[in-house]
Ligand binder design. Structure first.
Ligand code: CDP
Length: 795
């Protein structure tokens, strides 16, 4: 009889183990960057530009230097003398560290003061006098592209206009041919507005340069410590082995903590110059106006349709507003990230996408806010376009989707833009969702309500997202191939430590990586400690964003555990005095095949690795695995929302929402549910209330939480989650697919589709997010689309 350990009892795969990290978080014992106090530490504050576009005539820092307690005032000129006024970005552009010639967005970094405390530093910033010559600001791509538009990046040679790139993918000629065959062409145009990840913890760093050892240690809020180490080595020309990046607890990242920010660079230079630790902690407005914006794309497209409902082809164009510097991270082959993952779940023969990126006088944008490099925009457009096409055909929304889905037996499937999807049960997920929402019944109620002047609507959104970049053949950031690694050390008593190059920011890696080890080795999860975020101890990794941790770092954890198991098998054979071939494995234990009662536990093998190894065997039980995924993982989800719109006010309320997520094997079902709940909450916020925009004068409107709204539990509707569809990933060692972003990616279209559905019969095809009551009311009252909404005026 099997003597295997019980996987759920030891917290293995499928156990809803409570998050171990929460013990310290809920006790207020987390260790965030701002919690760290080093002896002799100074504080840095940044002076930001009040203007979005202006030439700098002069900067006078003399009054700031005179304030007692000020140690250093840094300006662009001083940075330039050290060749540090500009830094390379993660997208092969350059970004001003401190402005020298011009300021190019409101909130841009102009000078820094380093002082005994942050209050002195702030006062001294205010004592700096900057003489600006205002220039006309550009706040959207159409202004940027207009004839005679002011040139924003006149610092760059060979930059005649404000265009960053013109990029295309797909088959233009084939798409034209398919459109020529169409019975009907459905069109849609929309704007996915700028949004901000707004993690609760802002960005910050503490640079500590030790002249005696020449070692630079930087504690910082980064989702990708190893990339930062490489960037610091290259920008500051410091030897990489003398740089240690430590990413302590992070209070949410959501993509905001991937880019390299000027504040990091200035704190490092200040510490080198002053030979003292220098702390920079951004305030909320600084974070909201200057760091890591997302989205801000104008999308238009059309779908070629046969009258029976078959989709023949899709054409898409996007104009992306990147702000003043193209600084978001994305695989270098793909200028607009993975936007071309659009329509991956639909069986569409041919498609063509053109993308144009432009500079504007806004803070750098385009970060992958809880998404895999522009997938959110892609899925949003996809599901809005699908709804519009079904309406134009007069077809049922669900039936149109089901008819065009890739079928379960069509995998592997080549998407119209060339990705290879490998698994999924799309129609089944849809059916589960429709049943849960009571689709047919709701449609009847909707008709009935309409006859009484009440506007009910139902929105469906589906998404399949390419999660887990690499493989390294296709995915790199600045030429660094995208893979990940894990190191596992099993101590002699059978306890273990696992380290990865990923960095959790709240996703629960400390809990789930231990569960993978438990699944592979039978060591109880509570006996495994997980450590991430220190480049001196963690093996190399590309960091955590794009929900790549489970697909890549999580896979590396499984693979390294398998290496450990292979060595443990040799130890077991030695202990059992049989040959390795005669040894079998069951969870937590090796046994003699012919005599199953004779066995040794993994813990006994661990002890033997240090005390009784066979002759010639290298002692110890530890290893490292680098994992280069053969493909992305492709989770799938269906989100369905019902709403009621008040025709008098445009206010809409969610009646019900169901989510059916298939992320393959769930390591920790409870954590997965938490990820989905969080993602849906963000989706609801984007659809309903989040408005961070720029007025015509280039002022950032929404730079505080009175204007840029984060939903609390009070506003957030309830979500009904379904987990019955599980399609394991065929190439991931434990069959898992990513989940962290799915609901934030796929959710927004469900809300918007529901509101547009409620307005059906009025001719309204689109209202841009956020669906603020005044926009919905205007669309309903004047029976017109609200698309590409202009920026609001300052007054
Ligand atoms: O890269 P990131 O951690 O943001 O996203 P993820 O890989 O999708 O994982 C988010 C959290 O969900 C992690 O704690 C994962 O281990 C967990 N997860 C899971 O339990 N089962 C899955 N199939 C996918 C993720």
């Amino acid at each position: 009889m099997s003597q295997a350990v019980d996987e759920i009892k030891i917290g293995g795969l499928g156990a809803s183990r409570k998050r171990v990290e929460d013990d310290r978080f809920i006790r207020g014992k987390g260790n965030y960057t701002d919690d760290i106090v080093l002896p002799g530490m100074l504080h840095m504050e940044i002076l930001r530009s009040p203007l979005p576009h202006a030439r700098i005539r002069s900067i006078d820092t003399s009054r700031a230097w005179q304030i007692p307690g000020v140690h250093l005032v840094l300006t662009g000129e001083m940075m330039a003398s050290r060749n540090l006024a500009w830094m390379p970005t993660l997208s092969y552009d350059t970004q001003a560290v401190l402005a020298t010639d011009k300021v190019r967005f409101q909130g841009q970094e102009v000078a820094c003061v380093i002082a005994d405390d942050p209050y002195i530093a702030k006062d001294a910033c205010e004592a700096i006098e900057v003489d600006y010559e205002p220039l006309p600001p550009i706040v959207n791509p159409y202004q940027a592209l207009a004839e005679g538009a002011p040139l924003i990046r006149d610092d760059k040679e060979n930059q005649p206009d404000n265009v960053i790139y013109d990029w295309e993918v797909g088959d233009a000629a084939g798409t034209d041919r398919a459109f020529a065959q169409a019975d009907l062409v459905s069109k849609l145009e929309l704007h996915y507005p700028r949004s901000h990840p707004s993690p609760i913890e802002c960005c910050g760093s503490i640079a500590d340069f030790n002249r005696a050892t020449s070692k630079l240690t930087v504690y910082m809020t980064t989702q990708a410590p190893h990339i930062i180490r490489a960037a610091v080595a290259m920008v500051a020309e410091l030897p990489e082995h003398m740089i240690r990046i430590i990413s302590p607890d992070i209070g949410g990242g959501f993509g905001n903590k991937v880019p390299v920010y000027p504040g990091y660079v200035c704190s490092i230079l200040a510490s080198i110059l002053l030979e003292r630790p220098v702390k920079w902690i951004e305030d909320k407005s600084g974070n909201l106006i200057s760091t890591g914006f997302a989205r801000d794309v104008y999308l238009k497209g059309e779908m070629a349709l046969r009258k029976d409902g078959k989709i023949l082809a899709v054409r898409m164009h996007t104009d992306a507003d990147h702000g003043a510097f193209f600084s978001d991270a994305q695989p270098s082959k793909f200028k607009i990230g993975l936007m071309h993952s659009a329509f991956a779940a639909y069986d569409i023969p041919v498609a063509h996408l053109t993308a144009r990126g432009v500079y504007t006088n806004k803070a750098p944008g385009g970060v992958a806010y809880r998404c895999s490099f522009r997938v959110t925009e892609a899925m949003f457009f996809q599901e809005r376009m699908v709804q519009a096409a079904a309406s134009d055909l007069g077809m049922d929304q669900a039936a149109f989707r089901r008819m065009n889905f890739v079928r379960d037996d069509d995998f592997p499937h080549r998407t119209p833009f060339g990705f290879l999807t490998d698994s999924g049960q799309y129609a089944k997920c849809l059916d589960v969702g429709l049943r849960a929402i009571g689709y047919d019944d709701f449609r009847k109620r909707q008709e009935e309500a309409r006859s009484r002047g009440r506007l009910l609507g139902l929105g469906i959104s589906t998404m399949t997202e390419p999660l887990g970049a690499g493989n390294s053949r296709e995915y790199d950031i600045l030429g660094i191939k995208m893979f990940d690694s894990a190191e596992l050390k099993v101590h002699m008593t059978g306890k273990a430590i696992v380290r990865t190059g990923a960095r959790t920011q709240g996703q629960g890696h400390e809990t789930t990586w231990a569960q993978i080890v438990a699944h592979e080795l039978g060591i109880p999860a509570e006996d495994v400690v997980v450590e991430e975020g220190d480049t001196d101890t963690a093996p190399f990794g590309m960091g955590t964003y794009a929900s790549r941790s489970t697909p890549v770092a999580g896979a590396a954890v499984a693979m390294v555990a398998r290496k450990i198991r292979a060595k443990a098998r040799k130890l077991a054979a030695h202990l059992l005095e049989v040959s390795e071939e005669d040894v079998d494995w069951e969870l937590g234990r090796f046994y003699v095949r012919s005599a199953p009662d004779r066995g040794v536990t993994i813990q006994e093998c661990a002890m033997a690795a240090y005390s009784n190894m066979p002759d010639g065997m290298e002692p110890g039980l530890e290893n490292t695995a680098y994992y280069d995924p053969p493909n992305l993982t492709w989770p799938f989800a269906v989100y369905i929302v019902t709403v009621e719109v008040d025709p008098q006010t445009g206010v809409w309320d969610v009646l019900n929402m169901v989510a059916v997520d298939d992320c393959g094997v769930r390591i920790n079902p409870m954590i997965v549910e938490g990820q989905i709940m969080g993602g849906l909450t963000e989706a609801y916020a984007m659809a309903n209330m989040q408005f961070i925009t720029f007025d015509a004068d280039g002022n950032c409107v929404g730079s505080n939480y009175m204007d840029y709204l984060l939903p609390s539990a009070w506003e957030t509707p309830g979500f009904e989650l379904h987990s019955e569809v599980v399609t394991p990933c065929p190439h991931h060692p434990i069959g898992a697919k990513g989940i962290g972003e799915c609901a934030a990616v796929g959710g927004p279209a469900a809300f918007v589709n529901a509101v547009i559905d409620a307005l059906s019969g009025t001719g309204v095809r689109n209202v841009d997010m956020p669906l603020l009551p005044d926009r919905v009311w205007e669309a309903l009252t004047y029976r017109r689309d609200i698309s590409g909404a202009p920026p609001v005026r300052a007054d």
